[in-house]
Design a protein around this ligand. Sequence first.
Ligand SMILES: [Zn+2]
Ligand SMILES: [Zn+2]
Length: 228
Amino acid sequence: MKRYELHSHTDFSDGKSSIEEMINMAREMNSAIAITDHFIGDEFFINKILHPNMSSLDSFLNRRKKFREKFKISDDVIFGIEITRINPKRIPEIAKAAKKLDFIVLVHGETSSDKVPAGTNTAALNCEYVDVLAHPGHLSEEEALKAKENKIFIEITARKMHKSENPEIAKICKKFNLEMVIDTDAHSAGELIDYRSAKKTGSDAGLSEDEVWKTNENAKEIFKKYLI
Ligand SMILES: [Zn+2]
Ligand SMILES: [Zn+2]
């Protein structure tokens, strides 16, 4: 079964593998892949100096253009951003701008193992331009209702450092009938997974085989929106 991976990092941000290595590995595993490096914004002067790639949407745009030409990328690679550690008030403006450029938009949620500003989950779930809330850590009932209203997909993660929070997240998603996706959040090619392995992540989170299948259908649906 073909997998749809919506969350991955390359050496453009803090990943260890090049974009070529990520794409080649995904293809080997019969997986389509979204390249979603961290976007940390330009709020601080130091970000612009130390992390020019991760501070401007223009750099993401230029890279997409370059790689689309170089690889003749077809229907198995899309590009996006993971909004990371940004002042929650700025999430709507950034998400909207990224969406206009046809980038899939993830927000780095409030997992307890990699802290982001409090209020990030709520800001993300209130924003219609966000596609996926990654590793949210915890979701209140109010936040769950917002996710439903704005049709935002909630991530079940295969990443070791965030995994223990999956069962609680899956439970509230099922209670409120929210749509989930299973992502690797891979920071190297070796962390990408195939469908079989995604099934294991899903079952560890308390999902049935049918529910895992639905997460992949959800990812496929989002993926197709961003094929350009
Ligand atoms: Zn990272
Ligand atoms: Zn990530």
